[in-house]
Unconditional design. Sequence first.
Length: 388
Amino acid sequence: MAIGPMILNGSEFQSNAISVRESMTSKLQVLSQELRMHRGAVSDREALEILILYVTNHCNMKCEHCFFADNLNDGTTDLPPERAKRIFDSIPRIREEIAITGGEPILHRKLPELVRNIHDAECSRDIQINTNGWYVDRTLEYAKDIKQWNRKRISFQISLDGLEETHDRIRGLEGSFQRAMETAENLKSLSHYSEPGFFTPVFLMVINSQNYREVRPLAEFLFREFGLFLAIELVRGTQFSVWNVPEGMLEDDFNPPSLELPPESEWDSIYEDLRALNREWGYPFRHFATKMKYQFEMLRTQKRVVRCAAPSGVTPVVYANGDVATCEFAKPFANLNEFGDDFSALWNSDRARQNRAALTGCHCTHACFLVPSLRRDLGKNFKLLVDL
Ligand SMILES: C[S@@+](CC[C@H](N)C(=O)[O-])C[C@H]1O[C@@H](n2cnc3c(N)ncnc32)[C@H](O)[C@@H]1O
Ligand code: SF4
Ligand code: SF4
């Protein structure tokens, strides 16, 4: 997704361990990249920015923090590839990325066919497949299949919730970390670094009260082993991460039963550590650091710090059963069945507009929506980047 880290290989990383003078240059490069992205976002208002696509509710894990836990293995049928084709053929433009998620997408029996249908659609841009990394052989088999016809940037995002012991405990399955590493190795062996993003794994860590001390050790480990950066997100729950969603519109309650936010007394040092990592390594964590600063500010003050992009209609969420929502915190408001799987007809309907209009007053810490929101607010984004 647009929030993914810059992808560098080992030798690029060497040159990215930077001096103070180089750091100034890196920062200027970052600012000019952000300016380009800002221009793209505001000049192409009709395009979707990211689309989050749930392809299955099946999962082999039951992670302690999972916001989707109540929907897992609930009997919902996986999204059929032909249906994905109809949906994506009806979308005019996606500017950034399609994030394929679930449940565990690798459990989808026809994942390569489904991904191909999305890849072949006119609107399609980068595709990211989220995975827990457990299914080593099947992921390799799927990736090899995809590699034969792929012409776009496709990456696998592997979840890592800390170093081995912590990760396995949170994920509830011994061996999860080792398997995720094997999956990452396999994907790395398929990637061509001359074409960044092609199978290069992206790692995502969701920070919570049990693992926040392991951000730096995990980031350093991944640099050493893969020459890759770690994406970072903050654990969220409906009771502590979202405010002012109108009555009846908030997703069903999900609050990690035993995994909470890191203690407030640690928030500043978590941010400072991210800031230090950015300076040391050439700003690969800039999106995570800037959004985290605002996430902590929102959590402290419970006030809105940036206007959310989701009600502008740029970040739809499509579930495996065809339900559609304006964002992941809002309940779905329609099903594609009602519109013959024509996404544009649904998205431009009065119901969709009313749903979006009703969500203009809320705020939350959800990163998938915070990053596009910051991108549109050049002043706030630049302020944070310059401070980094
Ligand atoms: C829902 S999972 C689906 C894909 C795959 N099963 C996996 O675990 O990567 C997608 C991402 O959401 C993250 N996630 C789950 N619960 C969360 C929560 N309460 N707050 C923030 N992220 C969460 C997971 O750690 C994972 O990285
Ligand atoms: S593997 Fe992914 S979908 Fe499954 S429980 Fe864990 S976070 Fe949730
Ligand atoms: S993503 Fe945006 S619209 Fe959705 S709950 Fe958060 S602030 Fe509201």
